[in-house]
Design a protein around this ligand. Structure first.
Ligand code: FAD
Length: 413
């Protein structure tokens, strides 16, 4: 039987939610180890593209907004621009004929050109309060919701709601079907709702990180801010629910791509390295494989999400194209974010979510075969997928900490 447990406004439900909560500690620790390995910590990104939608001049002048990129000489040779630009596809006769046209040219996001951009060590750039806010930040969120959200957003952006105790659905597949707040029950199709939930969940996860490491204006120190979390996330229980939703979506994608990831070449050093380096390389690769394997095991255990209910029926293909076009626009809107750190994590996470969507909705079993289709995903997609899952898993850990803080305030009695 599914029950609801409520800690003040920080509500949760049992069943699927409880399953995720029961494994999240282990998932989070394993992912934290994984994202520190060389393969997963370097992300190549072009942070300085022009905002294609408007003249962005609200750049954040706060010291916290800036990032330092890594010199290319620190990056394993095979990932450098010159080496990357040389990556070749298998000969035509060895390629698997794939349904549709998703091979490389059909994505849910625009991947940066891998011959440009710089490497960033993600472990050195925590996602936290940067001071980026005001009209520039609002404009970006607004345009993500409004221009890409099938007109649903205004409801959520304009209604300041009280911490109502909304009954949560029992399973995460039910979340797929739930109408969103303020929506006319027959108003929107499933796919459009799902789109909104993904974006709102991403927004809630970013907010959770900001509130966990918030700047205390009096002491000048960073630390958790319970009020921030309650206002931005917990007083809107559905936002909390969408963090779970995105976590399960990502886990399901990792589980589906499991065999491919288990077979992936995580070798990070050049082939011409001396003997002791080859030894180090082997050990490092073994460790990366073992850690990733643990993550895949967990994903296979809990990544329950029935993607088959989406993109079916009469207008399935039109809807899917529409969905993709919207999601692609979001990745371009990231170039309009006026704070380097926020833009970086925005890009990592939209790429990670887009990769999950691609895995769930664009690939059939033949395509997923690691032997037949070795170049299925680009390195940046694999790195983004795992780092995005780590972000969401971290948010769930933070939610636990906020629950404890709430209990300590005594307001839960
Ligand atoms: P905002 O978070 O800006 O929200 C605007 C409005 O959207 C709210 O008033 C509300 O009505 C609605 N809303 C809020 N959350 C949700 C939700 N989950 N679902 C649906 N509707 C919602 N700032 C940092 O300090 N560090 C970062 O790393 C960072 N990363 C960012 C990444 C991106 C891509 C963007 C666009 C912004 C980022 N920001 C970051 C800015 C941050 O998200 C906020 O915009 C800023 O802190 C101001 O917050 P706010 O309280 O005014 O509301």
């Amino acid at each position: 039987l599914c029950q609801h447990s409520t800690v003040g406004p920080i509500e949760t439900t049992l069943c699927d939610y409880e399953t995720i909560e029961s494994v999240n500690g282990e998932l989070y620790n394993t992912l934290s180890e994984l994202v520190r390995t060389p393969f997963f910590k370097y992300f190549q990104v072009d942070l300085y593209r022009e905002c294609p939608y408007w003249q962005e001049n609200g750049f954040c002048m706060n010291r916290e907004c800036g990032i330092t990129t890594v010199d290319e000489s620190e990056i394993p040779e095979r990932w450098r621009a010159a080496a990357l630009s040389k990556i070749e596809l298998p000969p035509l006769e060895e390629r698997v004929p794939l349904p549709g046209c998703y091979y490389r040219d059909s994505d849910f996001c625009f991947l940066d050109d891998m011959t440009e951009g710089e490497y960033v060590d993600l472990t050195l750039v925590p996602e936290r309060y940067t001071g980026y806010s005001g009209p520039s930040a609002h404009r970006v969120w607004k345009s993500i919701y409004e221009e890409n959200c099938f007109g649903l957003s205004e409801l959520n952006l304009l209604t300041g709601r009280s911490p109502a105790q909304i009954t949560l659905p029992d399973t995460l597949t039910d979340v797929l079907r739930e109408p969103i707040e303020g929506e006319d029950a027959d108003g929107e199709c499933l796919e459009k709702r799902v789109y909104y939930k993904i974006i709102s969940g991403l927004h809630a996860s970013i907010s959770t990180h900001i509130c966990m490491e918030y700047l205390n204006q009096t002491t000048g120190e960073m630390g958790p801010n319970l009020e921030c979390f309650v206002t931005r996330v917990a007083s809107h229980p559905e936002r909390l629910q969408y963090i779970y939703f995105n976590t399960v979506l990502l886990l399901r994608a990792v589980s589906r791509i499991g065999p491919y990831l288990r077979d992936y070449d995580y070798c990070s050093l050049a082939t011409s390295t001396p003997h002791d380096h080859i030894l180090a390389k082997d050990q490092e690769e073994v460790k990366t494989h073992a850690t990733l394997s643990k993550v895949i095991d967990i994903a296979e255990h809990v990544g329950r999400f029935d993607e088959r209910v989406l993109f079916r029926g009469e207008n399935a293909n039109i809807l899917k194209e529409e969905f993709k076009a919207h999601f692609r626009n979001v990745s371009r809107i990231m170039d309009c974010v006026g704070c380097d750190k926020c833009r970086l994590w925005g890009k990592v996470q939209t790429t990670g979510l887009a990769t999950a969507l691609k895995i769930l909705f664009e690939m059939d079993e033949t395509a997923l075969d690691p032997h037949k289709n070795q170049n299925l995903l680009q390195r940046s997609e694999v790195v983004a997928l795992i780092n995005t899952l780590h972000r969401f898993s971290e948010s769930l850990q933070f939610v636990e900490s906020f629950r404890d803080m709430w209990k300590e305030t005594g307001e839960s009695d």
